[in-house]
Write a protein of this length. Sequence first.
Length: 244
Amino acid sequence: MKPNIVSMIDHAVLKPEQNDDDVREACELCDRVGTASICVKPSHVPLAAELLADSSVIVSTVIGFPHGGTSTEAKVAETTVACRAGAREVDMVVNLGKVFSEDWDYVAADIAAVVAAAREHKALTKVIFETGLLSGDAQKIKLCELSEKAGAAFIKTSTGFGFVKNTEGQLVSTGATEQDIALMRKQTSEAVGVKASGGIRSHAEAEKLVQLGATRLGTSSTATLVGEAAGEAASAASARITDY
């Protein structure tokens, strides 16, 4: 049986220019199609929580976004405020500078502090690696280890706001890759979910990532994926009717 891709989506409303009306529209979409959550900026958590008070859609937000460079104390405070405002899941960015310095004690303590703060409010933590910026698999593997040890509920590939230069010197956005999802799934136990995020723009792409081990999908292309899923269902139903 094919997985219900839409029910695995954390619908992202995180672009700098997105406003209250965008959040209202996104909440209506998420509630109507049944996504797992809506992921909004911390300042939009109260609005999303109010709009989805009677919905099964969870409100999630981002912490230390998008580069993870805020202090641990600031991340803990941000987590506490967000949870009190109605967030039930928080997606924290690791401190990328400390990762590149390989100050693993700092990184471990940073993750653990956010996990603990969220847990006080019965909220789950997802740890964002920003895989497209990391230096090879060793750093990704280490972050898998530290995240699971800290009690994170999910590990996550990307913010969707990381950029690297391509061979032509142009800045391009980094996102989830099949290789990273397979690696992250292999390096953690089944107790830890894997969230693929960044660049997921089609139902087929989403299905492939789920096959490789993703259990959540971060995307702003929810409406497109819903439309494609409906088209596939209609085609399958038509095939059943005519195949006799």
